[in-house]
Ligand binder design. Sequence first.
Ligand SMILES: [Ca+2]
Ligand SMILES: [Ca+2]
Ligand SMILES: [Ca+2]
Length: 611
Amino acid sequence: MKTTARHLLLLLLPALAMSVAGATPRHDGHDAFRDRLPEDEIIYFLLPDRFENGDPANDRGGLEGDRLQTGFDPTSTGFYHGGDLKGLLARLDYIQGLGATAIWLGPIFKNKAVQGSPGHESAGYHGYWITDFTAIDPHFGTEADLHTLADAIHGRGMKLYLDIIVNHTADVIRYRECPDNHCAYRSVADYPYTRRGGLTGEPINEGFEGDAVQTTANFARLTRPDYAYTPYVPAGEEHLKVPDWLNNPLYYHNRGESTFRGESSTMGDFASLDDVMTENPRVVKGFIEVFGGWIDQYGIDGFRIDTAQHVNPEFWQAFVPAMLERAKARGIPHFHIFGEVYTGEMDPARLAEHTRVDRLPSVLDFAFLAALTDTIARHAGTDELARLFAADPLYEGGPDTARQLPTFISNHDAGRFASFLRHERPGASSAELLQRLQLADAMLLTLRGVPTIYYGDEQGFVGLGGDQAARQDMFASRVASYNDQPLLGTTSTTATSNFNPAHPLYQSIAALAKLRQAQPALRRGTQLVRAAGETPGLFAVSRIDPVSGAEILLAFNTGSSALSAQVRVNTASLRFKALHGDCAARADAPGSYHVQLAPLDFVICASETAP
Ligand SMILES: [Ca+2]
Ligand SMILES: [Ca+2]
Ligand SMILES: [Ca+2]
């Protein structure tokens, strides 16, 4: 029985390998790339405004006037710079050449072009201030542009993930009580739904049993939105949002600013952005229609969900299965959904909670970012990495789910790993920073999870911090604070276009990506921690091929001195070949393998199963 099963697997192997790597559509119209699992992908994350400008005619989004009307100011970090979908289309060779197989596109839905109090305005270039959830922002292009782009991406055997938001819309709703548009949070206890403006107010919403009773009948009794504040939609904006139901203040919490603690974490406004009443079944149904439509229309392959932790779990419990079902019906069996649960802490329990309670299939691995920052940019021992992976069983589905967590070392909010390195090691040479960055990239591309590369990291972009400071232009930038800074691994700056496949980071990432594609163990394999310590130095893991059982040993040196050590391996792993670096040809004894590593170096050694 065992032998037969194994033979069968061996027979199936070539087909499996082809389906993993394959971009060619089968003759029956089935696209082979759809068979890949989420962990088979390498994701490239970009903000369309900052990537490439393929059409200067849409830079102002069809609006007229100065930057406060159009949102366009390519000299300011907080305004539109002109990047668009046509620009991205023109750069697909560059992205695919890096080894990426999926593109996570920053939000492309129509935004409020400019918002903020006088003197503090900025633009929706990042895409997170949506007014029309059914349309593409004219700054980025048209529906036809997205169809062309999606077809081109799929034609290459790549996948397209959209960045979606249900927690909030653009800032449209105001409160009468706060002319400065900043209202402190008013809790359910102090401002119950059934009194107007506090405990002494007139009775309203009679019989409403609160947001925890999420039935249509209960929410039919919520007829007044003025229990905490008196919300209103400013004149002229009554029908700004699409779909139209989003214009009704009853579908929002209207309790003032989130403190990101306690109840306000899910019911408070995120910096005045209108926080949607995601407990209401009408809202659940509405967003299922909206985002299901994008899957239907464009064959989207996955969603990254913004601010997922600020939405009540029941919403996700309904929304996620509906999206998976919608995708399946569209011939997308492995639709990937990953939520953003932002944390600066090495706190996998907090991330895992959202896979268990919310039932999100996956979350961005912020704990991975924290652990790599602590061990490679800072001075933590490699045992922190061991602790990170020891927590994998906490995720719903355990290590199988952990393999589907998008891992990353840089993003548009936290900042770039290169900037953490510069900040933490001000005295280090550029050569050392580059080496540390390459070590982090090596972990990103070989350890469990879905490697997610933030655009520009492969060109040595650094940045002075997070948010706007980490959103440099790939095309020639006109922002002085970007162009002032030296990049890593090149004498170029962001003042010129930086789509350079010869950049050493592009090259090293591409080499690792190729290796990952060639080795199922690095994508789908079980991961075993083999060595870690209380100080910087050796971190070693094995990844086990799920089909052949063959072992790949990964050993990293986070320390500043060379090291030599015996590492435990499987007793059957007797002969090794080098996939990267110097690997001893043989184990010293069954179960013990010698590794030798220069400072900040790594090796990838594959055991040969044949006797
Ligand atoms: Ca443009
Ligand atoms: Ca608001
Ligand atoms: Ca919320």
